[in-house]
Design a protein around this ligand. Sequence first.
Ligand code: UD1
Ligand code: CA
Length: 472
Amino acid sequence: MVINVVILAAGQGKRMNSALPKVLHPLAGKPLLGHVLDTARAIGAGHICVVYGHGGEQVQARLNAPDVTWVNQSPQLGTGHAVLQAMPQLVPTMPSLTLVLYGDVPLIQASTLQRLLDVAVQGAQSEPGAKGSTQGALALLTANLDNPQGYGRIVREADTGKVTCIVEEKDASDAQRQIHEINTGILVAPTEALSRWLPTLGNRNAQGEYYLTDIVAMAVAEGLPVVTAQPEVAWETEGVNSKVQLAALERIYQRKIADTLLNAGVSLADPARIDVRGQLTCGRDVFIDANNLFEGQVTLADNVRIGANCVLKNCHIFEGAVIAPFCHIEDADVGPDCRIGPYARLRPGTELGRDVHIGNFVEVKNSTIADHSKANHLAYIGDATIGQRVNVGAGTITCNYDGANKFRTVIEDDVFIGSDTQLVAPVTVGCGATLGAGTTLTKDAPPDQLTISRTKQLSIAGWKRPVKQKKD
Ligand code: UD1
Ligand code: CA
Protein backbone atom coordinates (compact mmCIF):
# COMPACT_ATOMS: atom_id res chain seq x y z
CA MET A 1 0.00 0.00 0.00
CA VAL A 2 1.47 3.36 -1.05
CA ILE A 3 0.96 6.05 1.57
CA ASN A 4 0.87 9.67 0.50
CA VAL A 5 1.05 12.30 3.21
CA VAL A 6 -0.33 15.79 2.64
CA ILE A 7 0.63 18.32 5.31
CA LEU A 8 -1.47 21.48 5.43
CA ALA A 9 0.69 24.44 6.33
CA ALA A 10 -0.69 27.40 4.44
CA GLY A 11 -2.24 29.19 7.41
CA GLN A 12 -0.69 32.53 8.28
CA GLY A 13 -0.61 32.16 12.04
CA LYS A 14 -1.55 35.76 12.80
CA ARG A 15 -2.02 35.04 16.49
CA MET A 16 1.66 34.15 16.87
CA ASN A 17 2.39 37.89 16.48
CA SER A 18 5.65 37.12 14.73
CA ALA A 19 7.43 37.64 11.42
CA LEU A 20 8.41 33.97 11.40
CA PRO A 21 5.98 31.68 9.51
CA LYS A 22 3.99 29.71 12.09
CA VAL A 23 5.27 26.25 11.14
CA LEU A 24 8.88 27.42 11.62
CA HIS A 25 8.41 28.26 15.29
CA PRO A 26 10.54 25.82 17.25
CA LEU A 27 9.27 23.19 19.66
CA ALA A 28 12.14 21.49 21.48
CA GLY A 29 14.48 23.32 19.10
CA LYS A 30 12.89 21.88 15.95
CA PRO A 31 10.37 23.68 13.71
CA LEU A 32 6.76 22.57 14.21
CA LEU A 33 6.67 21.34 10.63
CA GLY A 34 9.89 19.40 11.21
CA HIS A 35 8.14 17.35 13.89
CA VAL A 36 5.29 16.53 11.51
CA LEU A 37 7.70 15.61 8.70
CA ASP A 38 9.68 13.29 10.97
CA THR A 39 6.48 11.55 12.07
CA ALA A 40 5.38 11.17 8.44
CA ARG A 41 8.74 9.58 7.67
CA ALA A 42 8.43 7.30 10.70
CA ILE A 43 5.25 5.70 9.37
CA GLY A 44 6.95 4.99 6.05
CA ALA A 45 5.26 7.61 3.91
CA GLY A 46 5.99 6.90 0.26
CA HIS A 47 5.49 10.48 -0.68
CA ILE A 48 5.20 13.68 1.35
CA CYS A 49 3.64 16.88 0.05
CA VAL A 50 3.51 20.12 2.02
CA VAL A 51 0.93 22.76 1.10
CA TYR A 52 2.42 26.12 2.02
CA GLY A 53 1.26 29.71 1.79
CA HIS A 54 3.03 32.58 3.47
CA GLY A 55 6.81 32.58 3.74
CA GLY A 56 7.16 29.52 1.49
CA GLU A 57 10.77 30.13 0.52
CA GLN A 58 11.81 30.64 4.11
CA VAL A 59 10.04 27.44 5.16
CA GLN A 60 11.64 25.39 2.40
CA ALA A 61 15.10 26.78 3.07
CA ARG A 62 14.88 26.16 6.80
CA LEU A 63 13.62 22.58 6.55
CA ASN A 64 15.87 21.57 3.67
CA ALA A 65 13.87 18.39 3.02
CA PRO A 66 14.72 16.84 -0.37
CA ASP A 67 12.09 14.11 0.15
CA VAL A 68 9.24 16.67 0.21
CA THR A 69 7.22 18.14 -2.65
CA TRP A 70 6.18 21.72 -1.95
CA VAL A 71 2.90 23.06 -3.31
CA ASN A 72 1.84 26.68 -3.06
CA GLN A 73 -1.76 27.41 -2.15
CA SER A 74 -2.66 30.97 -3.05
CA PRO A 75 -5.21 32.19 -2.20
CA GLN A 76 -6.20 29.98 0.70
CA LEU A 77 -9.77 28.91 0.14
CA GLY A 78 -10.11 26.23 2.78
CA THR A 79 -8.79 22.81 3.80
CA GLY A 80 -10.49 21.04 0.86
CA HIS A 81 -8.96 23.52 -1.56
CA ALA A 82 -5.57 23.00 0.10
CA VAL A 83 -5.59 19.22 -0.37
CA LEU A 84 -6.81 19.67 -3.95
CA GLN A 85 -3.64 21.64 -4.76
CA ALA A 86 -1.58 18.64 -3.70
CA MET A 87 -3.45 16.00 -5.71
CA PRO A 88 -1.38 16.25 -8.95
CA GLN A 89 1.75 15.47 -6.87
CA LEU A 90 0.42 12.31 -5.20
CA VAL A 91 1.11 8.75 -6.25
CA PRO A 92 -2.21 7.37 -7.52
CA THR A 93 -1.00 3.77 -7.87
CA MET A 94 -3.74 1.45 -6.56
CA PRO A 95 -4.06 0.73 -3.79
CA SER A 96 -2.97 4.03 -2.37
CA LEU A 97 -4.02 5.94 0.74
CA THR A 98 -3.57 9.62 1.48
CA LEU A 99 -3.06 10.81 5.04
CA VAL A 100 -3.82 14.46 5.80
CA LEU A 101 -1.83 16.08 8.62
CA TYR A 102 -1.58 19.66 9.86
CA GLY A 103 1.77 21.46 9.97
CA ASP A 104 0.74 23.17 13.21
CA VAL A 105 -0.21 19.97 15.05
CA PRO A 106 3.32 18.86 15.95
CA LEU A 107 2.91 16.13 18.54
CA ILE A 108 0.82 13.62 16.64
CA GLN A 109 2.43 10.23 17.29
CA ALA A 110 3.39 7.66 14.69
CA SER A 111 1.62 4.91 16.66
CA THR A 112 -1.70 6.77 16.46
CA LEU A 113 -1.30 7.37 12.74
CA GLN A 114 -0.45 3.72 12.24
CA ARG A 115 -3.72 2.75 13.97
CA LEU A 116 -5.64 5.20 11.78
CA LEU A 117 -4.07 3.65 8.68
CA ASP A 118 -4.88 0.17 10.00
CA VAL A 119 -8.58 1.01 10.50
CA ALA A 120 -8.65 2.51 7.01
CA VAL A 121 -7.48 -0.82 5.60
CA GLN A 122 -9.54 -3.04 7.94
CA GLY A 123 -12.66 -0.85 7.70
CA ALA A 124 -12.76 -1.47 4.01
CA GLN A 125 -12.26 -5.21 4.43
CA SER A 126 -14.97 -5.47 7.09
CA GLU A 127 -17.62 -4.60 4.56
CA PRO A 128 -17.11 -6.99 1.67
CA GLY A 129 -18.87 -5.82 -1.44
CA ALA A 130 -18.57 -2.26 -0.32
CA LYS A 131 -16.91 -0.06 -2.85
CA GLY A 132 -13.95 0.56 -0.64
CA SER A 133 -13.06 -3.08 -0.13
CA THR A 134 -10.05 -2.97 -2.40
CA GLN A 135 -8.89 0.55 -1.84
CA GLY A 136 -9.45 1.34 1.85
CA ALA A 137 -12.07 3.19 3.85
CA LEU A 138 -12.27 6.84 4.86
CA ALA A 139 -10.77 6.94 8.35
CA LEU A 140 -11.17 9.95 10.65
CA LEU A 141 -9.16 10.69 13.76
CA THR A 142 -11.72 11.95 16.27
CA ALA A 143 -11.65 12.92 19.94
CA ASN A 144 -14.22 13.41 22.68
CA LEU A 145 -13.73 16.79 24.28
CA ASP A 146 -15.42 18.26 27.35
CA ASN A 147 -15.34 21.58 25.55
CA PRO A 148 -15.78 20.91 21.82
CA GLN A 149 -16.22 24.59 20.96
CA GLY A 150 -14.71 25.68 17.67
CA TYR A 151 -14.23 22.22 16.25
CA GLY A 152 -16.09 20.39 13.52
CA ARG A 153 -18.49 17.81 15.02
CA ILE A 154 -18.80 14.17 14.04
CA VAL A 155 -22.44 13.46 13.22
CA ARG A 156 -23.50 9.82 13.61
CA GLU A 157 -26.71 7.91 12.82
CA ALA A 158 -28.67 7.55 16.07
CA ASP A 159 -29.41 3.82 15.68
CA THR A 160 -26.29 2.41 13.98
CA GLY A 161 -23.70 4.90 15.20
CA LYS A 162 -22.38 5.16 11.66
CA VAL A 163 -20.75 8.48 10.75
CA THR A 164 -22.90 10.45 8.34
CA CYS A 165 -21.04 13.76 8.05
CA ILE A 166 -18.89 16.40 9.75
CA VAL A 167 -20.48 19.72 10.47
CA GLU A 168 -18.35 22.80 11.22
CA GLU A 169 -19.15 24.76 14.38
CA LYS A 170 -20.23 27.81 12.37
CA ASP A 171 -22.64 25.73 10.27
CA ALA A 172 -23.93 23.53 13.09
CA SER A 173 -27.43 23.53 14.55
CA ASP A 174 -27.86 23.97 18.30
CA ALA A 175 -28.42 20.24 18.64
CA GLN A 176 -25.25 19.44 16.67
CA ARG A 177 -23.25 21.80 18.88
CA GLN A 178 -24.07 19.51 21.79
CA ILE A 179 -21.98 16.75 20.17
CA HIS A 180 -18.72 16.22 22.03
CA GLU A 181 -17.02 14.04 19.43
CA ILE A 182 -14.89 16.38 17.32
CA ASN A 183 -12.89 16.22 14.11
CA THR A 184 -9.17 16.53 14.81
CA GLY A 185 -8.71 17.23 11.11
CA ILE A 186 -6.38 14.29 10.60
CA LEU A 187 -7.80 11.72 8.21
CA VAL A 188 -6.94 8.95 5.77
CA ALA A 189 -8.72 8.54 2.45
CA PRO A 190 -8.22 6.38 -0.63
CA THR A 191 -6.21 8.56 -3.02
CA GLU A 192 -8.36 7.68 -5.98
CA ALA A 193 -11.60 8.66 -4.19
CA LEU A 194 -10.03 11.94 -2.96
CA SER A 195 -9.11 12.93 -6.48
CA ARG A 196 -12.71 12.41 -7.59
CA TRP A 197 -14.30 14.15 -4.59
CA LEU A 198 -12.18 17.26 -4.13
CA PRO A 199 -12.93 18.99 -7.47
CA THR A 200 -16.66 18.67 -6.72
CA LEU A 201 -16.53 20.43 -3.31
CA GLY A 202 -18.65 23.55 -2.98
CA ASN A 203 -18.17 26.56 -0.73
CA ARG A 204 -21.74 27.45 0.14
CA ASN A 205 -21.27 27.46 3.88
CA ALA A 206 -20.94 29.90 6.73
CA GLN A 207 -17.25 30.61 5.95
CA GLY A 208 -17.41 30.50 2.15
CA GLU A 209 -14.59 27.92 2.20
CA TYR A 210 -14.00 24.60 0.46
CA TYR A 211 -14.25 22.24 3.42
CA LEU A 212 -12.23 19.03 3.34
CA THR A 213 -14.72 17.70 5.85
CA ASP A 214 -17.45 17.61 3.19
CA ILE A 215 -15.84 14.48 1.72
CA VAL A 216 -17.36 12.49 4.59
CA ALA A 217 -20.89 12.92 3.27
CA MET A 218 -19.58 12.06 -0.22
CA ALA A 219 -18.09 8.80 1.04
CA VAL A 220 -21.35 7.92 2.80
CA ALA A 221 -23.31 8.64 -0.39
CA GLU A 222 -21.03 6.28 -2.34
CA GLY A 223 -21.28 3.54 0.25
CA LEU A 224 -17.57 3.81 1.12
CA PRO A 225 -17.15 2.86 4.79
CA VAL A 226 -16.31 5.75 7.16
CA VAL A 227 -14.41 4.57 10.23
CA THR A 228 -12.82 6.36 13.18
CA ALA A 229 -9.91 6.05 15.58
CA GLN A 230 -8.85 8.12 18.58
CA PRO A 231 -5.45 9.42 19.66
CA GLU A 232 -3.86 7.78 22.71
CA VAL A 233 -3.60 11.12 24.50
CA ALA A 234 -5.41 14.41 23.93
CA TRP A 235 -2.31 16.56 23.38
CA GLU A 236 -1.39 14.63 20.24
CA THR A 237 -3.98 16.52 18.25
CA GLU A 238 -3.60 19.92 19.86
CA GLY A 239 -2.71 22.65 17.41
CA VAL A 240 -0.51 25.71 17.82
CA ASN A 241 -2.21 29.02 17.11
CA SER A 242 -0.55 31.18 19.75
CA LYS A 243 2.60 31.42 21.84
CA VAL A 244 0.57 30.28 24.84
CA GLN A 245 -0.39 27.06 23.07
CA LEU A 246 3.18 26.59 21.84
CA ALA A 247 4.55 26.98 25.36
CA ALA A 248 2.00 24.49 26.70
CA LEU A 249 2.97 21.86 24.11
CA GLU A 250 6.66 22.48 24.79
CA ARG A 251 6.17 21.59 28.47
CA ILE A 252 4.14 18.47 27.56
CA TYR A 253 6.85 17.35 25.16
CA GLN A 254 9.67 18.00 27.65
CA ARG A 255 7.83 16.12 30.37
CA LYS A 256 7.45 13.18 27.98
CA ILE A 257 11.22 13.17 27.36
CA ALA A 258 11.90 13.44 31.11
CA ASP A 259 9.64 10.45 31.78
CA THR A 260 11.41 8.43 29.10
CA LEU A 261 14.77 9.22 30.75
CA LEU A 262 13.47 8.34 34.22
CA ASN A 263 12.03 5.07 32.94
CA ALA A 264 15.42 4.26 31.42
CA GLY A 265 17.02 4.69 34.86
CA VAL A 266 18.39 8.23 34.59
CA SER A 267 18.09 10.25 37.82
CA LEU A 268 16.64 13.71 37.34
CA ALA A 269 16.63 16.12 40.29
CA ASP A 270 13.46 17.62 38.85
CA PRO A 271 11.77 16.24 35.72
CA ALA A 272 10.09 19.63 35.25
CA ARG A 273 13.45 21.38 34.98
CA ILE A 274 15.25 19.71 32.11
CA ASP A 275 15.08 20.74 28.46
CA VAL A 276 16.16 18.47 25.64
CA ARG A 277 16.35 20.06 22.21
CA GLY A 278 17.65 17.15 20.22
CA GLN A 279 18.77 13.67 21.23
CA LEU A 280 20.07 12.95 24.72
CA THR A 281 21.49 9.44 25.15
CA CYS A 282 22.36 8.28 28.66
CA GLY A 283 24.22 5.28 30.09
CA ARG A 284 23.54 3.69 33.49
CA ASP A 285 23.35 5.65 36.75
CA VAL A 286 23.53 9.07 35.23
CA PHE A 287 22.49 11.96 37.49
CA ILE A 288 21.21 15.26 36.11
CA ASP A 289 20.62 18.10 38.54
CA ALA A 290 18.05 20.89 38.08
CA ASN A 291 17.90 23.38 35.18
CA ASN A 292 19.96 21.70 32.51
CA LEU A 293 19.65 22.28 28.77
CA PHE A 294 20.77 19.68 26.21
CA GLU A 295 20.94 20.59 22.54
CA GLY A 296 21.73 18.56 19.43
CA GLN A 297 23.32 15.14 19.98
CA VAL A 298 24.53 14.69 23.53
CA THR A 299 25.69 11.43 25.10
CA LEU A 300 26.31 10.94 28.80
CA ALA A 301 28.07 7.66 29.56
CA ASP A 302 27.70 5.52 32.70
CA ASN A 303 27.97 7.31 36.07
CA VAL A 304 28.19 10.79 34.61
CA ARG A 305 26.91 13.60 36.87
CA ILE A 306 25.72 16.93 35.53
CA GLY A 307 25.47 19.76 38.06
CA ALA A 308 22.78 22.41 38.02
CA ASN A 309 22.44 25.06 35.30
CA CYS A 310 24.61 23.67 32.51
CA VAL A 311 24.16 23.98 28.76
CA LEU A 312 25.51 21.02 26.76
CA LYS A 313 25.39 21.00 22.98
CA ASN A 314 26.65 18.29 20.63
CA CYS A 315 29.05 16.67 23.06
CA HIS A 316 30.13 13.34 24.50
CA ILE A 317 30.73 13.03 28.21
CA PHE A 318 32.54 9.78 28.96
CA GLU A 319 32.02 7.49 31.94
CA GLY A 320 32.42 8.81 35.44
CA ALA A 321 32.97 12.43 34.39
CA VAL A 322 31.52 15.08 36.68
CA ILE A 323 30.33 18.41 35.34
CA ALA A 324 29.89 20.94 38.17
CA PRO A 325 27.21 23.66 38.00
CA PHE A 326 27.14 26.49 35.45
CA CYS A 327 29.22 24.96 32.67
CA HIS A 328 28.78 25.57 28.95
CA ILE A 329 30.01 22.76 26.70
CA GLU A 330 29.70 22.73 22.92
CA ASP A 331 31.09 20.38 20.24
CA ALA A 332 33.46 18.83 22.76
CA ASP A 333 34.53 15.42 24.09
CA VAL A 334 35.03 15.13 27.83
CA GLY A 335 37.04 12.01 28.72
CA PRO A 336 36.39 9.50 31.49
CA ASP A 337 36.59 10.73 35.11
CA CYS A 338 37.14 14.35 34.10
CA ARG A 339 36.12 17.14 36.49
CA ILE A 340 34.75 20.23 34.80
CA GLY A 341 33.70 23.51 36.39
CA PRO A 342 31.96 25.08 38.10
CA TYR A 343 31.84 27.92 35.57
CA ALA A 344 33.89 26.32 32.81
CA ARG A 345 33.46 26.84 29.12
CA LEU A 346 34.45 24.15 26.62
CA ARG A 347 34.16 25.46 23.08
CA PRO A 348 34.14 23.56 19.77
CA GLY A 349 37.08 21.29 19.12
CA THR A 350 37.87 20.59 22.75
CA GLU A 351 39.00 17.01 23.38
CA LEU A 352 39.87 16.04 26.92
CA GLY A 353 41.52 12.76 27.86
CA ARG A 354 40.99 10.80 31.10
CA ASP A 355 40.89 12.54 34.48
CA VAL A 356 41.44 16.05 33.13
CA HIS A 357 40.46 18.87 35.50
CA ILE A 358 39.11 22.12 34.06
CA GLY A 359 38.18 24.55 36.81
CA ASN A 360 36.32 27.81 37.22
CA PHE A 361 36.59 30.53 34.59
CA VAL A 362 38.68 28.39 32.28
CA GLU A 363 37.91 28.57 28.56
CA VAL A 364 39.15 25.87 26.20
CA LYS A 365 38.82 26.02 22.42
CA ASN A 366 40.04 23.76 19.60
CA SER A 367 42.51 22.06 21.92
CA THR A 368 43.37 18.58 23.07
CA ILE A 369 44.38 18.00 26.66
CA ALA A 370 45.74 14.55 27.50
CA ASP A 371 45.20 12.37 30.60
CA HIS A 372 45.62 13.74 34.15
CA SER A 373 46.34 17.32 33.08
CA LYS A 374 44.83 20.24 34.99
CA ALA A 375 43.85 23.84 34.38
CA ASN A 376 42.01 24.69 37.54
CA HIS A 377 41.63 28.47 37.57
CA LEU A 378 41.15 31.42 35.22
CA ALA A 379 42.80 30.43 31.94
CA TYR A 380 42.39 30.61 28.18
CA ILE A 381 43.55 27.57 26.25
CA GLY A 382 42.99 28.03 22.52
CA ASP A 383 44.50 26.10 19.58
CA ALA A 384 46.72 24.11 21.94
CA THR A 385 47.96 20.55 22.18
CA ILE A 386 48.64 19.68 25.79
CA GLY A 387 50.26 16.41 26.87
CA GLN A 388 49.77 14.28 29.97
CA ARG A 389 50.17 15.37 33.62
CA VAL A 390 50.56 19.02 32.67
CA ASN A 391 49.72 21.66 35.25
CA VAL A 392 48.44 24.90 33.81
CA GLY A 393 48.65 27.64 36.44
CA ALA A 394 46.04 30.26 37.22
CA GLY A 395 45.87 33.09 34.73
CA THR A 396 47.66 31.25 31.92
CA ILE A 397 46.83 32.46 28.42
CA THR A 398 47.69 31.02 25.05
CA CYS A 399 48.11 34.04 22.78
CA ASN A 400 46.89 32.22 19.69
CA TYR A 401 45.87 35.20 17.57
CA ASP A 402 48.00 37.98 16.14
CA GLY A 403 45.00 39.88 14.85
CA ALA A 404 45.11 38.13 11.48
CA ASN A 405 46.09 34.49 11.91
CA LYS A 406 45.82 31.78 14.53
CA PHE A 407 48.77 29.69 15.71
CA ARG A 408 49.16 26.57 17.84
CA THR A 409 50.75 26.15 21.21
CA VAL A 410 52.26 22.76 22.00
CA ILE A 411 52.83 21.79 25.62
CA GLU A 412 54.45 18.38 26.03
CA ASP A 413 54.02 15.86 28.88
CA ASP A 414 54.82 16.72 32.53
CA VAL A 415 55.15 20.45 31.96
CA PHE A 416 54.49 22.85 34.84
CA ILE A 417 53.27 26.29 33.82
CA GLY A 418 53.48 28.94 36.51
CA SER A 419 50.65 31.38 37.10
CA ASP A 420 50.04 34.39 34.87
CA THR A 421 52.02 33.03 31.95
CA GLN A 422 51.47 34.05 28.33
CA LEU A 423 52.42 31.61 25.62
CA VAL A 424 52.78 33.57 22.37
CA ALA A 425 52.06 31.04 19.63
CA PRO A 426 53.45 29.39 17.68
CA VAL A 427 55.49 28.04 20.54
CA THR A 428 56.44 24.66 22.03
CA VAL A 429 57.16 23.82 25.65
CA GLY A 430 59.35 20.70 25.85
CA CYS A 431 58.67 17.66 27.97
CA GLY A 432 59.16 18.21 31.71
CA ALA A 433 59.84 21.95 31.35
CA THR A 434 58.83 24.46 34.01
CA LEU A 435 57.77 28.01 33.17
CA GLY A 436 58.21 30.52 35.95
CA ALA A 437 55.21 32.56 37.03
CA GLY A 438 54.63 35.66 34.94
CA THR A 439 56.63 34.42 31.96
CA THR A 440 55.84 35.78 28.52
CA LEU A 441 57.04 32.93 26.33
CA THR A 442 57.93 34.00 22.79
CA LYS A 443 60.45 31.27 21.95
CA ASP A 444 60.33 27.50 22.52
CA ALA A 445 61.12 26.34 26.05
CA PRO A 446 63.59 23.44 26.19
CA PRO A 447 62.66 20.23 28.02
CA ASP A 448 63.40 19.73 31.72
CA GLN A 449 64.64 23.30 32.32
CA LEU A 450 63.17 26.30 34.11
CA THR A 451 62.36 29.03 31.64
CA ILE A 452 61.49 32.40 33.04
CA SER A 453 61.07 35.91 31.68
CA ARG A 454 60.70 38.38 34.48
CA THR A 455 62.15 41.78 35.26
CA LYS A 456 64.60 41.48 38.13
CA GLN A 457 63.12 42.23 41.52
CA LEU A 458 64.72 45.13 43.35
CA SER A 459 64.30 46.77 46.74
CA ILE A 460 65.23 50.41 47.49
CA ALA A 461 66.54 50.95 50.97
CA GLY A 462 65.52 54.14 52.78
CA TRP A 463 62.63 54.80 50.44
CA LYS A 464 59.74 56.68 52.06
CA ARG A 465 56.07 56.72 51.16
CA PRO A 466 54.90 60.18 50.11
CA VAL A 467 52.79 61.99 52.71
CA LYS A 468 49.78 64.17 52.01
CA GLN A 469 50.73 67.84 51.67
CA LYS A 470 49.07 70.24 54.11
CA LYS A 471 46.95 73.01 52.50
CA ASP A 472 47.07 76.46 54.12
C1 UD1 B 1 -10.50 22.39 10.68
C2 UD1 B 1 -11.64 21.42 10.35
C3 UD1 B 1 -12.46 21.14 11.61
C4 UD1 B 1 -11.54 20.59 12.70
C5 UD1 B 1 -10.39 21.56 12.94
C6 UD1 B 1 -9.38 20.92 13.87
C7 UD1 B 1 -12.28 21.84 8.05
C8 UD1 B 1 -13.27 22.50 7.16
N1 UD1 B 1 -12.48 22.01 9.34
O1 UD1 B 1 -11.13 23.61 11.08
O2 UD1 B 1 -13.46 20.19 11.32
O3 UD1 B 1 -12.29 20.41 13.88
O4 UD1 B 1 -9.70 21.86 11.71
O5 UD1 B 1 -8.42 21.88 14.23
O6 UD1 B 1 -11.39 21.18 7.57
N2 UD1 B 1 -5.12 25.34 5.95
C9 UD1 B 1 -4.51 25.46 4.73
N3 UD1 B 1 -5.16 26.11 3.73
C10 UD1 B 1 -6.40 26.64 3.88
C11 UD1 B 1 -7.03 26.51 5.15
C12 UD1 B 1 -6.36 25.85 6.16
O7 UD1 B 1 -3.39 25.01 4.53
O8 UD1 B 1 -6.93 27.22 2.92
C13 UD1 B 1 -4.41 24.63 7.04
C14 UD1 B 1 -4.09 25.52 8.21
O9 UD1 B 1 -2.79 26.08 8.09
C15 UD1 B 1 -4.15 24.55 9.38
C16 UD1 B 1 -5.17 23.51 8.92
O10 UD1 B 1 -5.26 23.64 7.51
O11 UD1 B 1 -2.92 23.90 9.56
C17 UD1 B 1 -6.52 23.72 9.56
O12 UD1 B 1 -6.97 25.00 9.24
P1 UD1 B 1 -7.87 25.82 10.26
O13 UD1 B 1 -8.22 27.12 9.64
O14 UD1 B 1 -7.24 25.85 11.59
O15 UD1 B 1 -9.17 24.88 10.29
P2 UD1 B 1 -10.43 25.06 11.16
O16 UD1 B 1 -11.33 26.01 10.49
O17 UD1 B 1 -10.05 25.32 12.55
CA1 CA C 1 -7.90 25.34 13.72
